[in-house]
Design a protein around this ligand. Structure first.
Ligand SMILES: [Fe+2]
Length: 463
């Protein structure tokens, strides 16, 4: 039998009772809810031969960018193929199975295209809408995110059950495109329609980050915990945004408190949690804040992920943890595995990105750790034009922008540091606290006049 899900899309189910947990799965995925996996499990318990359910299990696994979950995803794909052979599925469902197969084959870009084929015929399928954005996010495809949403905007009038979540995705894509005013208005409207949409809520926080308005950001997020407390580990990312706003205001004790009590309240090795943590610690150290032994816990976890090589963004943040803790052996192992990706790309899209710009950025991180700032600068500047392809948002990748600027300043490369800061200011449309403080350094006589050696470092006050 077939039935319609809450978006009006036909699904191949045998028991009507399974529609309830399946719709909960869809709602949960849109809202980044912690309950999503449970809802999908409940669906598959009632409906063990549900091909689309197994496919989503596979896709959700790949979104986590962990090497061991490739096996889980491959098993889910095999099961979905077997189920769809036994009981024919709809064309829409078969496109999801194709998407999973393409990604497992090293082609997430083709998985995105399969989602776009779904949306071309079923633009109201909010699962495909969100999945397209989620994969594009990992590929650093901001322009594609926006195009995808604006092609389907007519299908998400206010009577569509996912209209608020659609606006949340649209707000994020607009923000990444630098359309800050429109992003803010769209995100605010979206949250009215979908009060539990942490993604849309946080898209507006991105606007405040990019436009240097930390106080507005704190006001926006303050008192809205109900929008993200139901979330999976995405809730730690919202706390990360709050910490960044405090950092911009110079409230370093507050940042450290948020780090301990919220951002690292759950000591996972999920790459998104490690990215939140490492990038906060690195930003704090750029401000000469003593972060104590906080790197150690992150490095111990990262040392077990040196062979992941699923996503350049993840590898680079694991490396950041290892460099932060000066764990050279594990860092060398991780970078060596990234080099193997270069040698054995075989058309794998993620390996190609790890190869470039990933490796250059990794070499930059190691050089910065070794206080070889000129070398760090040259590696980071080589990575910089393609850094968006490592994935993540502008706000997340800003740690690499800061790292490049710090490298230039500490290497005594004043004109280069000025150019980088000027570009950063133009992109954001406003100077933030970080930018203001670096212009003070660059406009003063505190720039080192030559490449410093280790004995000079204590004398370089960039705060
Ligand atoms: Fe974010």
């Amino acid at each position: 039998m077939t039935d319609d899900d809450l978006f009006g899309c036909c699904v191949t189910l045998t028991d009507k009772a399974s529609l309830v947990p399946w719709n909960e799965t869809l709602r949960g995925f849109l809202a980044h809810s912690a309950s999503t996996a449970q809802s999908l499990g409940d669906t598959l318990k009632i409906e063990p031969d549900f091909a689309l359910g197994h496919t989503c299990r596979g896709l959700f696994s790949l979104l986590l960018a962990r090497r061991e979950l490739f096996d889980t995803a491959a098993q889910a794909h095999a099961k979905a193929v077997a189920c769809s052979t036994e009981n024919p599925v709809t064309k829409r469902e078969s496109l999801y199975i194709d998407a999973l197969g393409s990604w497992l084959n090293g082609k997430p870009g083709e998985a995105v295209q399969a989602m776009e084929q779904v949306l071309a015929k079923w633009p109201h399928d909010a699962l495909a809408m969100k999945m397209s954005q989620a994969i594009r996010f990992m590929l650093g495809d901001g322009p594609g995110m926006r195009r995808s949403l604006e092609r389907t905007v007519d299908a998400y009038r206010e009577d569509h059950p996912a209209s608020g979540y659609f606006m949340g995705c649209h707000a994020f894509a607009l923000e990444e495109a630098g359309e800050y005013r429109l992003a803010e208005a769209t995100g605010r409207k979206g949250l009215e329609l979908a009060p539990d949409d942490a993604w849309g809520l946080h898209a507006v926080a991105h606007v405040y980050d990019m436009t240097g308005r930390p106080q507005d950001g704190l006001s926006w997020l303050g008192g809205k915990e109900q929008a993200w407390e139901h979330c999976n580990n995405f809730r730690y990312h919202v706390w990360w945004h709050i910490a960044l706003m405090h950092l911009d205001l110079g409230n370093f004790d507050e940042v450290l408190a948020l780090y301990d009590e919220k951002i690292r309240s759950d000591k996972t090795d999920d790459y998104r949690d490690i990215a939140n943590a490492t990038s906060v610690l690195m930003r704090l150290e750029f401000e000469s804040v003593d972060v104590g032994n906080r790197w150690q816990e992150l490095a111990e976890l990262a040392a077990h992920r040196t062979g992941d090589n699923c996503l350049a963004f993840a590898d680079l943040h694991y490396l950041m943890a290892l460099c932060g803790n000066n764990d050279q052996e594990a860092a060398t192992l991780l970078v060596g595995n990234m080099e193997q990706c270069h040698n054995h790309r075989n058309g794998c899209e993620m390996s190609a990105i790890i190869s470039h710009p990933g490796l250059a950025a990794a070499n930059g991180l190691e050089a910065f750790r070794d206080q070889n700032f000129e070398n760090a600068y040259h590696n980071l500047i080589a990575a910089r034009p393609e850094m968006q392809f490592v994935g993540g948002s502008h706000a997340q990748r800003d740690v690499f922008e800061r790292l490049t600027i710090e490298s230039a300043i500490r290497a005594g490369l004043g004109p280069q540091a000025r150019n980088l800061l000027r570009e950063r200011d133009l992109h954001r449309g406003h100077r933030d606290g970080y930018s203001e403080s670096r212009w003070v350094v660059l406009d003063s006589n505190r720039m080192p006049s030559r490449v410093p050696d280790n004995n000079d470092l204590a004398a370089i006050d960039v705060a």
